[in-house]
Ligand binder design. Structure first.
Ligand SMILES: NC(=O)c1ccc[n+]([C@@H]2O[C@H](COP(=O)([O-])OP(=O)(O)OC[C@H]3O[C@@H](n4cnc5c(N)ncnc54)[C@H](OP(=O)(O)O)[C@@H]3O)[C@@H](O)[C@H]2O)c1
Length: 289
């Protein structure tokens, strides 16, 4: 019989990628979007207790970084309390729990890529809520895995590449921040690692439990990503905006963002024989979708 894996989230980038993977694998994935379990009000433990799945993957979250500044209660509910409730239910039922966190738990002051043991120092509500979620999950214990990821992109999702693609058709000049450094990551790659981890942990394999960084290869700024999108647009339509590379100070936002949020993925590469995808390939895949 196929093992059921319960996924919180349905239409998000990682959840969609999990659904695409699930149809091609022998795992049976059950999805709980907010229509089935609204994590602002419902207790996810109830659904976990009803289904008693082989593993739980949490692909949900309050991911609107700027909006989180004006609705901290909602951010904390989704990014701290909900994963804590999931982790507690999973630990009680001895079900492996796979959770996704963020590069924004760091303050960006380090000059090198961040490793798992680096101290955190979130700059905004989103990062703080995710950091508190991580701490709760680890504290509760059981068979848990947390993947910190970054700059998530997918062909159809709400992300930077698709925003730039829209602007490419509309703008003569596009001003894009060039002093935040990160590692764009394909949602499908996150989904594949989460699914593999859930399956292995459900089979009693403990090697992928704990905290791991999961991100694409090579470093980029938002302006680098925009440039790649505009190159594609230019080739396709003969028209592309001029790119103005600006600083964070020239583009104030409600939330402060780390100047460096590059994640070092060596631990995951060693443990899972995993190879990160170069970010330019990630952008090209998004644009081809
Ligand atoms: N996006 C990024 O750049 C980024 C960077 C670092 C880390 N991450 C982390 O990666 C994970 C997945 O991100 P993503 O980009 O796939 O997210 P996303 O596309 O923004 O999707 C968010 C998901 O959260 C669910 N959700 C939101 N509010 C909910 C509520 N009240 N009740 C239940 N579910 C709710 C949504 O459910 P529905 O399916 O019902 O809409 C959706 O599936 C998150 O933990 C995020 O913090 C993301």
């Amino acid at each position: 019989m196929r093992k059921t894996i319960l996924v919180f989230g349905r239409s998000g980038q990682v959840a969609t990628a999990l659904a695409e993977l699930g149809t091609a694998s022998d795992a049976k994935l059950e999805f709980a979007g907010r229509d089935r379990c609204d994590l602002l009000v419902d207790d996810p433990a109830r659904l976990i207790g009803q289904l008693v799945p082989a593993a739980v993957i949490n692909a949900s979250g309050h991911t609107a970084v700027d909006k989180a500044e004006s609705e901290p209660e909602a951010a904390m509910r989704l990014n701290r309390d909900a994963p804590a409730a999931m982790a507690r239910a999973c630990a009680a039922l001895e079900i492996p729990f796979v959770h996704i966190s963020t590069d924004y738990v760091f303050d960006g002051a380090k000059t090198q890529p961040y490793v798992e043991t680096d101290p955190i120092g979130p700059l905004g509500v989103y990062g703080r809520s995710k950091a508190e979620g991580e701490a709760e999950v680890a504290e509760i214990g059981g068979a848990w895995t947390i993947f910190r990821t970054a700059w998530v992109m997918s062909p159809g999702g709400a992300n930077f590449v698709n925003t730039m693609r829209r602007f490419a058709a509309e703008r003569e000049v596009m001003r894009v921040v060039d002093d935040q450094h990160g590692r764009p990551t394909l949602a499908a790659d996150i989904a594949a690692v989460c699914l593999e981890t859930a399956r292995r942990s459900a089979d009693g394999d403990r090697s992928l439990q704990g905290l791991f960084h999961l991100a694409g290869d090579d470093d980029a700024t938002w302006a680098d990503v925009a440039e790649r999108v505009f190159e594609h647009a230019g080739r396709r339509t003969g028209r592309r905006p001029a790119l103005a590379r600006i600083s964070t100070a020239d583009y104030p936002t409600p939330a402060h963002r780390p100047a460096n949020s590059r994640l070092d993925t060596a631990k995951l590469q060693r443990t899972a024989a995993w190879t990160p995808r170069p970010w330019r390939d990630t952008v090209d895949i998004c644009l081809a979708g």
